[in-house]
Ligand binder design. Structure first.
Ligand code: HEC
Length: 115
């Protein structure tokens, strides 16, 4: 019994370090700032895409809504980043910083329907 307690105590700093990492900057950097991404979507992407949670149609007839993009099976932040870093036939070359790309990707993924 005493041995188990001591081992748990020894692991505590590790658990706390991982927790701090997840709660703090590292996680935010990896997953992007959803609110900033939403603002960006509304100002830059909404010209062509339906970007809202309830948007069913896009202003540009060929542009999928962000809801639809989010619903594509297997759509991940990385996939969205790749899409945004690849020139599109009909999408103008919108110059985004890598932070902006990460933020907007994070926002799009919040539109995924939960199952
Ligand atoms: C001038 C119009 C226009 C703007 C502005 C625009 N898009 Fe698009 N986007 C399109 C069109 C049209 C398509 C579909 C055809 C294509 O893939 O080129 C598309 C496709 C996409 C796709 C899916 C591509 C795929 O392969 O499925 C993503 C993701 C996307 N846009 C994200 C964005 C984001 C994020 C922004 C804002 C930073 C944005 N778009 C701004 C017109 C636009």
């Amino acid at each position: 019994m005493r041995k188990t307690t001591r081992r748990a105590a020894a692991m505590l700093p590790l658990v706390m370090a991982v927790g701090a990492l997840l709660a703090g900057g590292a996680a935010a950097q990896e997953f992007g700032d959803v609110k900033a991404g939403r603002d960006l979507a509304r100002t830059v992407c909404a010209e062509c895409h339906g970007v809202g949670r309830t948007s069913m149609v896009s202003p540009h007839p060929d542009a999928p809504t962000f809801r639809r993009i989010a619903a594509v099976p297997g759509m991940t932040a990385i996939a969205i980043r790749v899409i945004l870093n690849t020139p599109h036939r009909q999408m103008p070359d919108i110059i985004l910083t890598s932070d902006e790309v990460r933020d907007v990707a994070a926002y799009i993924l919040t539109l995924k329907e939960r199952d």
